[in-house]
Design a protein around this ligand. Structure first.
Ligand code: DAT
Ligand code: MG
Length: 153
């Protein structure tokens, strides 16, 4: 089953939105296989946002992401990388449709509440970047029995 990495960014924690966001993933039928609060170091930020090093907004992004705690979550489900990206909405929250997480909770590009892996290849790397194997849990999730038809599982 596919896995993806979600980060609840500092703004979602400071604004008291963690529960609301996690509830959406649970309600969608996604399985949570890892979850923890942590503070991102500068090295981890540089690795995670390597595609943005050199952009004029990178210093602000690094400061924002490393000065406050974040929550890292690994979700599991069929095609969950794309499902979660669709649930998030686009990077610029003002372009995000109502019903998406960014479209319901954010007005900003840089303070946009949530990170989600952008491809299955990225997801594999990002899950390993944030979680040790022993922090990921294999367990029977009864929700999956109802979220999918037997031939979809
Ligand atoms: P996404 O988070 O939608 O995958 P991304 O990987 O391109 O987007 O960028 C990572 C984060 O960097 C993004 O969530 C917020 C910040 N960012 C991206 N483009 C930005 C911009 N033009 N101005 C300010 N911050 C930006
Ligand atoms: Mg991205």
């Amino acid at each position: 089953m596919e896995r993806t990495l979600v980060l609840l960014k500092p703004d979602s924690i400071q604004r008291g939105l963690m529960g609301k966001i996690i509830t959406r993933f649970e309600a969608r039928g996604l399985k949570i296989v890892g979850m923890k609060m942590l503070k991102m170091g500068k090295e981890l930020s540089k690795e995670h946002y390597s595609h943005l090093l050199g952009k004029p907004f990178y210093p602000d992004l690094e400061k924002f992401m490393t000065h406050h705690p974040i929550v890292a979550i690994v979700l599991e489900g069929k095609e969950c990388v794309q499902v979660v990206r669709d649930m998030m909405g686009p990077t610029n929250s003002r372009k995000a449709l109502p019903g998406t997480i960014r479209g319901d909770f954010s007005m900003s590009t840089s303070r946009n509440i949530i990170h989600g892996s952008d491809s299955t290849e990225t997801a594999e790397k990002e899950v390993k970047r944030f979680f040790k194997p022993e922090e990921l849990h294999e367990y029977k999730f009864s929700g999956s029995d109802y979220a999918y038809a037997p031939d979809e599982q």
